[in-house]
Design a protein. Structure first.
Length: 83
């Protein structure tokens, strides 16, 4: 898992300052459409077209593959276990 510097942003749910993103799939940095999870409140997020974080909508969640939903649920659970 790599860690990548990102533009300064804030979680749209709790306002937590975000300036890094990890990638469980390899070495590349975040790209538009990539999923993320706030490390402070465990809110599922998505990187928008300009790499600004947005809340993951119910529609977006329903459009995920079963594998993506499962992976997202595991990350959310891992973050929640640290809160």
């Amino acid at each position: 898992m790599g860690s990548h510097k990102t533009d300064n942003d804030r979680c749209p749910g709790c306002g937590y300052a975000v300036d890094r993103a990890g990638n469980v799939d390899g070495e590349r940095g975040p790209e538009p459409g990539d999923l993320s999870v706030c490390m402070k409140c465990a809110l599922p997020l998505v990187f928008g077209p300009t790499l600004r974080l947005k809340s993951l909508t119910t529609r977006m969640l329903l459009e995920l593959t079963p594998e993506e939903r499962s992976q997202l649920a595991r990350v959310v659970a891992a973050v929640e276990s640290t809160l």
